[in-house]
Design a protein around this ligand. Structure first.
Ligand code: NAI
Ligand code: 15L
Length: 268
């Protein structure tokens, strides 16, 4: 049967807030979890991903989990380790113990951030391109994909790992014209990932059907995802303001944009 009740982790964040607005229209009942309280949501669970007991209670009885919680940008290795690597492990353990059937997990384009962006005429980047994380953050997303594969192979817990491009209300950079996922397409993709049959562990890119797309949406479409949006209407204004991406600029050369060239963040 199609899943109805969902746990949404990271529900206070940018993407969580967008999905809280959009997913109920698909018929889901959402249970919300975040490290921080959510305004206007008194029933939301305020818990750290390190709190296994809270996670077990949070996943108990849900049909599926959308896992968005974590640090969403580069940080120190220690912080990434706790929130994204250990935190995602704790969530998978809780889900396994409570018999949750499926997790839709937020991976990121930064798991392949060092991959050169295709030039005009080049093929789109396939889903099985070798991972090339551009940051400790991207490395944690690469770990999340491998963790998902392990829990499928060993425990028959299904995952769709979504390598999200940039999911914001509008594209705000020339790079985002290629990697943008409109919030409405984000909800379409999550719904497809929740309802497709027998996904095992499936990895997909998460974006709209952008004219300037860099990657191959075949595995996402195979889930039933039919993107309706394209960033191109935003292109003229963004290109006029910022210029086209410069292939000689290392911060423009990889999928991950400036994540590739930003210096690592060391503890102080
Ligand atoms: P965000 O930073 O706005 O939200 C993340 C949420 O996770 C925050 O509300 C934060 O309080 C919560 N969180 C952090 N550590 C936690 C912990 N230890 N325990 C419980 N909750 C914790 O990020 P955003 O943009 O909403 O992204 C959501 C997810 O999607 C993240 O995993 C991010 O890496 C991933 N993603 C997002 C993209 C985007 O375009 N928004 C692109 C690619 C990936
Ligand atoms: C991500 O993984 C981040 O979470 C998001 O804030 C954006 O930076 C996005 O990637 C991107 O690449 O634009």
């Amino acid at each position: 049967p199609a899943p109805r009740t969902l746990l949404l982790t990271g529900a206070a964040g940018g993407l969580g807030t967008l999905m809280r607005g959009l997913l109920p229209a698909y018929g889901y009942e959402l249970r919300l979890l975040d490290l921080v309280p959510i305004e206007g949501e008194p029933d939301a669970i305020t818990a750290d991903l390190a709190d296994r007991k809270a996670l077990r209670e949070a996943v108990r009885g849900v049909d599926a989990v959308i896992h968005l919680a974590g640090i969403s940008l580069e940080s120190t290795f220690d912080k990434i380790l706790r929130a994204n690597i250990e935190g995602t492990y704790h969530l998978y353990e809780a889900a396994r113990e409570e018999g949750v059937a499926r997790i839709v997990s937020a991976s990121s384009n930064h798991a392949i951030g060092y991959t050169p962006r295709p030039q005009p005429g080049d093929p789109l980047i396939p889903i099985d391109t070798p991972r090339r994380p551009d940051t400790f953050y991207g490395l944690s997303k690469s770990f999340g994909e491998d963790l998902a594969q392990l829990y499928w192979d060993k425990h028959a817990l299904e995952t769709v790992s979504v390598r999200i491009g940039s999911c914001f209300p509008e594209p705000t950079s020339v790079r985002m014209l290629s990697v943008w996922m409109s919030p409405a397409d984000g909800a379409r993709l999550f719904h497809a990932a929740l309802t497709a049959e027998a996904v095992g562990h499936t990895v997909v890119y998460g974006s709209s059907a952008n004219t300037r797309l860099w990657w191959d949406l075949t595995t996402a479409r195979a889930l039933g995802y039919d993107p309706q949006d394209d960033s191109e209407p935003y292109a003229a204004k963004l290109v006029a303001g910022q210029g086209e991406l410069d292939p000689a600029n290392p911060a423009h050369a990889g999928i991950g944009g400036h994540f590739v060239t930003d210096p690592p963040i060391w503890p102080h």
